[in-house]
Design a protein. Structure first.
Length: 452
């Protein structure tokens, strides 16, 4: 067996694998023997069919399988042992080599095209100046978060008069033209209605200032302006039946429930944070500011990484890639792609590939290692941010751990967390290497700037 590498240029090559009869003949015999033990052949006991019969019936099939196995093994072994930094996967050099004459040939030659990753020689120094944006935490942001907390930790209470956002529960009954309950009409003793959702003002006003045990006569079809989805949901019917119920209904009010926002007091503090850790409104606001600072630091780091990527790509803008090979490989590896779509997306693909190669080089040159503990720490940080977004700033440790255990079972999530952990270490390193130009910026300005 012989493997020959032919370098065409710095990023393109062909790899030829020559397989002769001596390389596969014993493997084919062994393959036929194993096959004979497994299959039933009429007229022979299992495993007792003569080798000549097996050769005649299955020889070519086994030959093809064994040659393909050898080919794959040799390709992978050569690439690995010679540490070839290839992009994508080897591609057949031409379509002709797909049509081998396994009936008459004994020796086979296979040639593959390879695309190499270019040599990346890029350095950052203190001469490289990059902006680092610190997002200002405004009073408005803190006030809005307080409003969200007050809404999240509010309570429901029974009231004696309807207001627009109240929830009204009672008996809904369809009426005939004389205002009596319609025989076989719609009736629901557990109907729920929120007046603020009613679109037509006159129908909405019929509920406002109503009290428990009042009966309101109204027209749902007018109230919801004939909206099939809303009416079907309210009347508990199919959308296609809505136009059969355009008359009046009665609504006997059993209960009026109002949502009351939480007050800013010790009870609220203890619900959000570890009991006793926040004891005043000023401390409450400081805690919210800390929460924003953690969340916004990750945004600042992300922007810093984008700016660093642009700078690094500019430094290697003249680096050559095996473009034709890559386009061909992208087309082969994804059936959904077309030559046109690949051509359109290719600049972005190359940009991402450049950055990935640069990133890998910096990580390798600086011996940055990502451990399982790094991945788990990243998962816990991500989990706590997500819990905080839902108002759970003090999620119990066991809840966070259980959530982390679940997301780490997913291969895609684990890879994503690995990448985030790598980015985090990379950002810390880059901050030490380059010169930072600190800039304070509002959240709105930052969001507008990050897209540029």
């Amino acid at each position: 067996m012989k493997v020959t590498l032919n370098k065409i240029d710095s990023v393109n090559a062909t790899l030829t694998v020559e397989i002769v009869k001596d390389d596969y003949v014993q493997k084919v015999k062994q393959g036929l023997k194993e096959l004979g033990r497994k299959i039933d052949i009429p007229g022979f006991r299992k495993g007792m069919a003569p080798s000549s019969l097996l050769e005649k019936k299955y020889g070519k099939t086994v030959l093809v399988e064994e040659v393909e196995k050898l080919l794959t093994e040799q390709l992978n072994t050569y690439i690995e042992e010679n540490k070839l930094n290839i992009l994508g996967e080897p591609l057949p050099h031409s379509e002709e080599q797909e049509n081998r004459d396994f009936d008459n040939q004994e020796n086979y030659e296979f040639t593959f095209d390879l695309g190499f990753a270019p040599e990346i020689n890029v350095q950052l120094t203190k001469d490289d100046v990059l902006p680092y944006y610190t997002i200002t935490i405004s009073d408005e942001m803190i006030e809005n978060q307080i409003k969200r907390f007050k809404a999240s930790y509010g309570t429901y209470e029974q009231v004696d008069q309807v207001e627009g956002n109240d929830m009204v529960k009672g008996l809904l009954a369809e009426l005939d033209e004389e205002g009596r309950p319609l025989e076989d009409g719609i009736s629901n003793e557990y109907a729920v209605l929120i007046p603020s959702y009613i679109k037509e003002e006159e129908e909405k006003n019929k509920f406002l200032i109503a009290k428990p045990h009042d009966t309101v006569i109204f027209n749902p079809f007018k109230a919801y302006e004939g909206n099939e989805i809303e009416l079907a949901s309210f009347l508990k019917i199919k959308k296609g039946e809505v136009n059969n119920h355009t008359g009046n209904f009665s609504f006997f009010i059993n209960e009026i429930t109002r949502y009351k926002e939480a007050e800013i007091n010790q009870e609220l503090f203890d619900k959000i944070y570890e009991p006793g850790t926040v004891t005043s409104e000023n401390q409450f606001r400081d805690k919210i500011k800390e929460l924003f600072a953690k969340q916004l630091t990750s945004e600042s780091d992300y922007k810093f990484l984008i700016d660093t990527q642009k700078l690094l790509e500019e430094k290697i803008k003249d680096v050559q890639f095996p473009d034709e090979f890559l386009k061909r490989w992208l087309l082969v590896s994804d059936a959904k792609q077309s030559p046109e779509s690949i051509e359109e997306n290719y600049p972005k693909i190359i940009s991402n590939l450049k950055y990935q190669l640069i990133k890998n080089k910096i990580i390798n040159d600086n011996n940055i290692n990502i451990t399982n503990e790094d991945i788990r720490s990243q998962a816990k940080a991500t989990a706590r941010i997500q819990f905080a977004q839902y108002g759970m700033t003090n999620a119990p440790e066991h809840l966070v751990d259980n959530y982390v255990d679940e997301i780490l079972k997913k291969k895609e999530m684990r890879q994503s967390l690995f990448d985030k952990a790598a980015d985090s270490k990379l950002i810390d390193l880059l901050k030490e290497i380059v010169t930072l130009d600190p800039k304070e910026i509002s959240l709105e300005e930052f969001q507008n700037n990050i897209d540029k």
